[in-house]
Design a protein around this ligand. Sequence first.
Ligand code: NAD
Length: 461
Amino acid sequence: MVARETFAKVSPLTGETLGNYPLSSTDEAIRAVESARRAFQTWKMTTVESRGRLIRAAARLLEDRKSELALLVRRETGKPLADSEAEIGGAIEMGYMLAAHGRFPYGKLLPSAIPLRQTRLQRVPLGVAALIITYNAPIPNFAWKIFPALMAGNTVVVKPSPHTPGSADAFVSILHEAGIPPEVLHVVHGEAEAATGLIEGGADLVSFTGSYPTGVKVLEAAAKTLAKTVIELGGSNPLVVRSDADVENAAKTAMDSAFSNAGQRCASASRVIVHSSVLEKFLDHVQTNAAQLTVGAADEATIGTLIDSSAAVAFEAYLQTCADSGASVTRLGVISGESAATVRPALVTGLDPYSEVGHTEVFGPVMRVFGFETDDQAVEIANATEFGLTAAIWSRDIVQAERMVSRIHAGVININGPTHGAEINYPFGGVKHSGNGSRDAGVEAIDAYSDVQVVSTFFGA
Ligand code: NAD
């Protein structure tokens, strides 16, 4: 018998191997899609109410297991336990919200030009949903895709990030325990081979969260099968601080958006654009607040590690590029628990906002600060990125802030708030290289994970 190919998951906190997981081949992924397709014939006939009941049971079980799951996520991702628990809370709420949706009216009656023709528009499942997912907030990432896909009546094959295989197995097994049949919800582990196998295997829906380059590959592969796609990609999100802003709170919030989750957020505020009249004050507040930041693998650290040591090496290399281009790089916070995946947050000033290094996505704890003189300039800098996921504007003048909203290209914009912090009932997604127009979360997710069918009866025939 040929030994199963596996990969090791190493904890970013300790460097220890947490487990070995099967590295699924393309063929195995195709077989998972075939199995899910067979199960679809039965699953699609279940009522939306009964699917809601199962998802509610799953949300309840997630609540019971929240502490152990949070610990597992912490060990796999290096994030603080409190952050891990809060994220799982969001995933649970997503389950309850979508489960309730099973009892809501859905569909439309369409008027007809023909007498005695009655036409309804209804939502129908697509078939097999392939869900390819990143690592930064594993449990909500699973919940945002798996719950709406199942609620809409699809069967599912999940391909989690190889950085969070244990969290994926735990989440999926809780859903199985809640009564969702294993043939309705599969998981395959691995990398590109497994993911492309799901697409080549003919999944009817491909929902992907990850980086822009991989997103493009997913779209290219899905173009051959014409699968419906939900594509959620990166961001290089601007937070604008106007001269009339509450600068102290803006600085605190910008730091939270830039550094929490060790900056591994698609919605992180990695570019902060501050009016020159309050720039010094803003930077002073950042330095003062930085004294509170503890970073690393220790339980008491307020900011955790990056996902692994190679992400830490890439982050340091990025900061070196900033320094080489003449920027000033200041490291913030104190280390609490060294590990190879630990990096100190960085404040970078003096970069050209229009340069690649000034607007690229970093996916680490960096805050690049740029000055501006006029709102036109602030908007120009905010839009000087290929991404368009989220943005924030700080101003006491709501009229001027709203004017900026209409000019900044982003899927999600907050006034006097962070760039992150999506709520479960808000559709989330971006424009430009941040996504393809689809939305995860919100009740809009049901639209993304289903198809429209138009059915007419001719009573006059
Ligand atoms: P990634 O693109 O490297 O990987 C994402 C997933 O794709 C993983 O499961 C990976 O195994 C899989 N994959 C790898 N090669 C593939 C291929 N050829 N075809 C199909 N799938 C393949 O991204 P990452 O490093 O895991 O995640 C970081 C990125 O995710 C950042 O750009 C971040 O902004 C983005 N992100 C976006 C959102 C959002 O909602 N928009 C949320 C979180 C993270």
